[in-house]
Design a protein around this ligand. Structure first.
Ligand code: AMP
Length: 298
């Protein structure tokens, strides 16, 4: 269901996508658009773009007047320096993909623009238990880093809509909480996970897998599907243990495989039919950390 009809903003974008490096310039450009009642939609990314990212751009184009994408590999949200250093990057290709996808504005700030000094990196967000479980447990400080960058980007762009991927299920809830803390009236649109033909959730990190590893990696989704198919009252622990054995035999090293309430990610051993649930998984395959999830009926 579309929330808005697309305004005729063609005159702004005859030149194709516009690239901004400085927040001051972007802010003043967007001010002009907002004065004409243009509705901005925002898609934050860390680059190395794939069809999953582009589907978010597509959703924003459908629901807003102006789509802004950011590319910024945020060092603060990496709890592991090697993971940050190895994070894939291909800016030229990203720019072409975004133009083709019809993105209107690309914001690509330098690190010094976002973090001009050490003080700009220090901030604490009250995220409660949400940052202590699942991803938060295995990546301490990760969600503080996510909130730090997302808050800065939202304050610069001030979008009406924020497009996020269900792939990062917990991140969606964390950002929802951040919007409450910021008291911002921004609508979050959670977009479905785009997958490769074999079921593997698209991810920038898949670039670090060879073809054989990508095939093995698709077992994460196959496992989630199996659990969804076989889940019955009282049997999650059994399914979980069976899945862990199979995945370890296939070469994975698991961080977690859990059943949780969709609304707050409270981890449960069993479910009842009054609530919605999601099964979430995080695992390493040859030093590449992969995550996936699947909503299961309550
Ligand atoms: P990232 O660049 O990994 O920070 O991702 C940027 C946004 O794209 C996040 O909201 C992700 O959840 C979303 N995203 C990543 N992978 C996918 C995917 N396979 N399908 C849909 N959205 C995705």
């Amino acid at each position: 269901m579309l929330n808005h009809f697309k305004l005729n903003v063609e005159p702004y974008f005859k030149a194709g996508m516009i690239l901004f490096k400085h927040s001051k310039d972007l802010r003043s450009y967007l001010r002009g658009i907002k004065e004409k009642n243009g509705i901005p939609g925002f898609v934050p990314t860390m680059g190395a773009l794939h069809k999953g990212h582009l589907s978010l751009i597509g959703q924003s184009r459908l629901q807003t007047d102006v789509t802004i994408c950011s590319i910024f590999v945020n060092p603060i949200q990496f709890n592991n320096t090697a993971d940050f250093e190895k994070y894939p990057s291909n800016v030229e290709k990203d720019i072409l993909l975004l133009e083709e996808a019809g993105c209107d504005i690309l914001f690509m700030p330098a690190e010094s623009e976002i973090y001009p000094d050490d003080a700009s990196k220090i901030r604490h967000f009250e995220l409660g238990t949400l940052e202590k479980i699942l991803e938060g447990r295995f990546r301490p400080g990760h969600f503080q880093g996510v909130c730090l960058i997302v808050e800065k980007l939202l304050n610069i762009i001030e979008p009406s809509f924020l497009f996020l991927g269900q792939k990062d299920y917990q991140q969606c809830l964390v950002i929802k909480k951040l919007l409450d803390l910021m008291n911002k009236n921004i609508k979050i649109v959670v977009c479905p996970i785009l997958r490769e033909q074999n079921g593997l959730a698209m991810s920038s990190r898949n670039l670090r897998l060879d073809e054989k590893e990508k095939n093995i990696a698709s077992n994460l989704y196959k496992t989630l599907e199996q659990i969804k198919k076989n889940l019955a009252p009282g049997n999650f622990s059994y399914l979980k243990n069976e899945a862990i054995v199979q995945l370890e035999l296939a070469g994975f090293s698991l961080d977690y495989l859990e059943l949780a309430k969709s609304s707050n990610l409270e981890i449960v051993e069993d479910y009842n039919t009054d609530e919605k649930y999601v099964v979430l998984i995080a695992a390493f395959l040859n030093n590449v950390r992969l995550i996936d999830n699947l909503e299961v009926a309550g």
